[in-house]
Design a protein around this ligand. Sequence first.
Ligand code: PEP
Ligand code: MG
Length: 928
Amino acid sequence: MAKYVYNFGTDTTDGDATMRNLLGGKGANLAEMAKIGLPVPAGFTISTEVCTYFYANGQQYPPELKAQVEKAMADIEKTMGKKFGDTNDLPLLVSCRSGARDSMPGMMDTVLNIGLNDKTVEVLAKKSNDERFAWDCYRRFIQMYGRVVLDMKPKCKTDHDPFEELIDAKKKKAGVKDDSELKAEHLKELVTEFKAAVKKQTGLDFPENPMEQVWGGIGAVFGSWMNDRAIVYRRMHGIPHDWGTAVNVQAMVFGNMGDDCATGVAFTRNGATGAKGITGDYLINAQGEDVVAGIRTPDHIEDTLAKKMPKSWEEFSRVAMILENHYKDIQDVEFTIERQKLWMLQTRNAKRTGFAHVRSAVDMVNEGLITPEMAIARIPANDLTQLLQPVFGGEGLKGKTPIAKGINAGPGAATGQIYFQPDEAEAVWQKDNNAKIILVRHETTPEDLRGMKVAAGILTSTGGAASHAALVSRQMGKACVCGCDGIGIDYKAETMTAAGKTYKKGDWISVDGFSGNVYEGQVPTSPSEVLQVLFSKTLKPENAPMYQCFHQLMSWSDRYRKLGVRANADNPQESEQAISLGAQGIGLTRTEHMFFDHIDDFRAMILADNVEDREKALEPLLKYQRNDFEGIFRAMAGRPVTIRLLDPPLHEFVPHEEKDQEALAKKLGISKEKVAQRVNDLKEFNPMLGHRGCRLGIVYPEITRMQATAICQAAVNVLKDGIDCHPEIMIPLAGNAMEFKHQESIVREAARKVFQEAGVTADYLVGTMIELPRACMTADKIAENAEFFSFGTNDLTQTGLGISRDDYGTYINEYQELDIFPADPFQTLDQEGVGEMMKIGVKKGTKTRPDIKLGICGEHGGDPASVRFCHQLGLNYVSCSPLRLPVARLAAAQAAIAEKKEKAECKGSCSTDSCKDECKCCCCCCRG
Ligand code: PEP
Ligand code: MG
C-alpha cells in the first residue's frame, strides 16, 4: 500500500533530513530533529505526493489517506498521553502547517489549536487552571479557521475583517487598548460572536467535530499551495509549481499559558550581517504567530532571554548550537517554552543577506565546520551583487540627522518616494519601471508581496528582525528597516510622522538597511566597501572585513572553476575595474561606444556619399580608435581583448531633430537638406534586422579596414613598449561563411600591412559573433576560417525567439505571469531553444576546428543559471559587465563543483549505442 503519512517524534520517526522532496523542508527537518534526540512535539507529515494527487484528481485525496491519518493521530495521542477531543482530561490539540521542499515563508496557510470546541475548551480551562488562556486559544482558533479554512479573510485592503471588527468593538466596550487586556468573559463573548459571524457569512455552523476540523485544516493547507501570493513567490524564486507542499500535523505546545511560557524565532547567527551569535525575537506568554506577524514588537533573545528565563536560555543555546553543527549552516529556528520546557517547532537553513551569506560561509570554513567547496556551493551567486551596491555614508550623509531609527533588517541603501499601499506601489511601478518607491507599512504580510517586489526599500513601524518584512526583504536583497517605532503611520490620511514632522505620500525619504536609520529626502550614496578597496582604493583591505571575506571566497572560486571569465568593457577605466574584479580578458569591446565621444566626425563619415569622401572622413576616426585601443591593451597587460567591429545600424548615430540636423549641416559645411535626406535614407522598418553587423563592413569595406588598422597599430605601439597584447578581432552578425570570409580577408590584409610597415607582428585572432540561428546551423562552415566564436546571446535570443529585445516589455510580464516563460529570456538563457542552437553551434564549430575558442558575451554571461549551462556546454569563457564578474566567478565554480558531485554520484548507466545525446548520465561521452 502506498505510504502517504510519515510520523515524527512518536515511537518511531519515519523520515529524515534527506527526504525534503517527499516531506517538504519542515517535515524532513522535524523528523531529523526528533531523530537526533531534540525535543519535538509528536506529529506526522502528509507527503507532497498527496498534494500532487490532490490537484490531479479534482481536489480529492488518495483513498488510503484517511486510515493513515487516523492511525497517525492515534500515535500522537499515545506519545503525548492526551486524547484528541477529550472531554474529561486535558485534550490533545494539534496544529496544521504547510511545508514545501524550499521554504516559502508565510506564503501558505496554517491553522493552530485544532481540536477545540465548546466542550474541550471547558476542560482546557479547568485543567490548565487558566480560563483566560483556554478561551483565548478558542477565539484564536475560530478566527484562524474562519480565515483560512472557511475563506473569511478580507479579499482586498478595503474589505473589512469580520473578526478584527468584533475584537475592536469588544476592546472599545471593555475600555482596553490591547488584545491581551481582554478578560475571559470578553473572550467567551467573542467566541459566540465569531461563531455567529461564521454562520452569517458561510451559512454553516462552526464545526465542533475535532476530526472534521483536522480535515478542514489539511484541505486548506493543500489549497493554499495555489493561492496568488504562493504562485508569485514561486515565480520569483524559480520554484516549480508541480513540487507541491507537504502538510504537517503536530501536537500543540503552548507559549501562552502564563509568564513561564514564551515563544520565539531565532537565527544561530545574524541573518543580516552573518556575525556569530544567536539573534532573534521572542515574546513571553504569546503564541507563535504573535512574534512574526509584527503586531507586538518582540524582545531580542540575545538581550533579555538569559535574564528573564536563564534555564530556558541555557537549554535553547545548547540546542541551537547542536542544530548549527548538525546542519553545518545558520539555522532559523522556531521554539516554544511551555512552563519552562523547551520545544523545537522548526529548523531550516536561514534565509540571509548576501553579506551574511559570504561572511558566515567564510567564517564556517575558518572554524573547520565546512569545506571551501561547501561554502561556494551554498551561496546564491546573484547575492554577491549586494556586496557591490552603494551605501549611505561619507560626504552624502554630512549634515543629515536621521528622522527615525529602526532595526537594520535588510541590506542596502534605498531612496524613494513614500507609498503606503502595496497595490498602489505596484501600479506606480507598472507605469514607470524606474520609479523609486519606499513602501511604508505598520507591518507587511504575504499579501503585500507584489508591492514589496517593486519597492526599492521597505520601512515598517512594528516587527522585529524575524518579522515578515525582514525575512522577505532580506531574501529579495532589498533595503529594509523594520520595527521603527519612531514613525507614526496614518493609512487613511496617507501620511507618516517622524521627528515631529509629517511626510505625505510621494515625499522622498531614504532608508539605510545597514544602520537602521531613516533620513528625510534623497541621500546620495557612496560606493560599497568592496569597491572602495578595489576601485577607488580609498580603503585598505586590512580595514575592510567584508572585503576580506569577499576576497577569500573569490580566491576559492577561482581555484575550482574551469570556465574563464572576461568582461564586456569599452575603455581603459572599465578594463582596470574589470581586472580588479577578476577579469581574465575582455570578451567584448563595443567599438561603436567610442564613436559617441567623436560623434560629429563619425557623422561626417556617415554623410559621405562616395568612397573617397568616406575614406577621408575615416582618417580622424582611425587616430581616435587607435588611442582608445591602445589604452585598453595597456590596461589589460597581455590579457586577450576581443574587439567587435562596428555593429549598430547607422541611423542610430545621426540626429533626428530638425534643429540638430541644421547644426550638424552648419558644422560640416553642407546643406541641411542633404543631412535630412541621408537621415531619411537610413530609416529602416526593422533596424535590428537591417543594415547592421558585418553587412555594414561588406557595403563599406573601408570602415572594416580602418578599424582593423587601428587595432593592429595600437597592438604594435603597445608591443613596442614591451607590453604583451593579444587582440581578437570579432566580425559581428555573420550568418553565412561567405560574409565572414569577406570581412576576414579585409582584416588580415590590413594587419599584414600594419605589421609589415612596423616590423612588429602581434599575435591576433579573427573570429565572429554567433548571433543568428543560421550561424549556429552553418557553424562548421564558418569555423573553416573563424578562429573563435563568441555567442551574442542578446541577438541570438532576439532572432531565435523572434522577439524584439527593445519592445518585449509590453507583454513579458504577462508571459511570466502565465508561466509561458519561466524567466525573462533576455536575462536567463532559454536553454531549451537558444541553448539548443548554441549546442549545435559548438558541435559543428568544434568538428571543423577542434581548438576553436568559445565564449559568450551576451547579458547571459553574468547570469548564474546561464553560466552553468555554458560550463556544461564546454565554453572556454563567459564575458559579462564588470560588476557581474564576481557572480560569474562564483557561478562558474558552482557549476564545476556540481559537475564533480554529479560525476561522483553517477552510476555510469550510459550505453553509447543508444545514447544519441539524450542521455542524462553525467559521465556520458556526449557530455564530455
Ligand atoms: C549580443 O547580441 O549578445 C551582444 C553582445 O551584442 P549587442 O548586445 O551589442 O547586440
Ligand atoms: Mg548583438
